[in-house]
Design a protein around this ligand. Structure first.
Ligand SMILES: *Cc1c(COP(=O)(O)O)cnc(C)c1O
Length: 355
């Protein structure tokens, strides 16, 4: 297989893929495929329960938090958040740290008032906004912990009484943090957890116990939590593959995962910093450990570099269509050896130009 640095849908550990392939043919010796497993069966309930336990264990949270699985991706969460928590006339604060943060903000006006607590748009999102203005009466503060497209990451989170809702899509389970400071975190699976088609929400029971307007069951955090994510037919397969990955992550432990992620990012950024051909995009103090964005000194060679990488077994390093350049996503499933291989190939391309 190629080494896949795509930002998402992204690489998954080999053992997860192998177990998923096996379950497609025969789910744990049951004689049926996981693709045909009933969503209201005891077997699927066991999958949901185990996934919930592993999620809370990995994040160091207790059962004052709910674990809920939604379809509709990040976009649906962007809409559901103000829909559930922001009444007409009330204010929600958002940190504008990049494309996804701005997309989340764009849904607020349909429900209440938007307050931009900080923005790095004027510097093209090269760093995360640090000077924040959070109104005390804001119903919640929304932030994006890792900005997948611009390659920046939050290392300090605001100290505020306002409940924090955080989009952890591109970095969930990548590092140790005090996750209890968040009232709700969510992550689309396809970045760093599992296949596309499902979004993991971890929310304080207390925070989601009320909705500010009448909602369809499928759009209510409260009802979806009460029904254990089973209002309608749940996406059994993406949840199961996410569970396989959760097992893999749990066997490693967050401390080890964090250590490896530090090492991988350090390796690639050090290479970029020592090269006069490759250039990092994000400000150093905001650099993401997950998505490393860079350009080259001779942009006319971009297509050639992509092709060179492909011919050396490396795929998925093109930057997002809105930014151009390059992006290597060093998610949990990427090994140190694979990053070493990337560095080798990037160095070989540069050396070939000088020859
Ligand atoms: C990819 C991404 C999303 C959007 O996910 P969709 O499932 O495509 O809607 C949202 N937030 C972040 C941080 C992302 O990286």
């Amino acid at each position: 297989m190629k080494i896949n640095f795509n930002a998402g849908p992204a690489a998954l550990p080999r053992e997860v893929l192998a177990a998923a392939a096996e379950a497609i043919m025969d789910y744990e010796g049951s004689g049926i495929s996981i693709l045909s497993l009933a969503h209201r069966s005891a077997a699927f309930e066991a999958i949901l329960n185990e996934a919930k336990k592993l999620t809370l264990d990995l994040l160091g949270l207790d059962d004052s938090y709910e674990v809920i699985w939604f379809q509709g991706g990040g976009r649906l969460q962007f809409e559901m958040i103000p829909m559930n928590f922001l009444a007409e006339g009330e204010t929600a604060a958002y940190i504008d740290s990049g494309h996804w943060a701005a997309d989340a903000m764009s849904n607020v006006a349909r429900y209440g008032k938007l307050h931009v607590a900080g923005s790095s748009a004027v510097i093209n999102y090269r760093s995360v906004p640090r000077i924040l203005d959070i109104p005390q009466d804001a119903k919640y503060l929304h932030l994006t912990s890792n900005n997948t497209i611009y390659g920046t990451q939050c290392f300090d989170f605001p100290n505020t009484e306002v409940p924090i809702i955080a989009d952890f899509s591109s970095e969930l389970f990548s590092r140790r943090l005090d996750y209890s400071k968040f009232s709700m975190i969510y992550a689309v699976a396809q970045k760093n957890l599992g296949p596309a088609g499902v979004t993991l929400v971890v929310a304080k029971k207390d925070f989601i116990k009320n909705t500010v307007r009448p909602l369809a069951d499928i759009l209510s955090y409260k009802v979806m939590a009460a029904k254990n994510s089973l209002v309608n037919t749940a996406p059994v397969f993406p949840i199961y593959v996410s569970l396989l990955n959760l097992r893999y992550l749990a066997s490693k432990g967050l401390a080890q995962i964090e250590l490896e992620n530090e090492e991988k990012a350090q390796l690639l950024y050090a290479f970029i910093d020592n090269s006069s051909f490759y250039r990092g995009i994000a400000d150093k103090d905001s650099r993401s450990k997950m998505n490393v964005c860079f350009t080259i000194a001779r942009p006319e060679l971009e297509a050639e570099l992509l092709q060179f990488a492909e011919s050396h077994n490396i795929t998925g390093i093109a930057g997002h269509r809105s930014t151009g350049g390059f992006r290597a996503s060093l998610y949990n499933a990427i090994s140190i050896e694979e990053v070493q291989e990337l560095v080798k190939v990037l160095a070989a391309f540069e050396a070939g130009l000088k020859a």
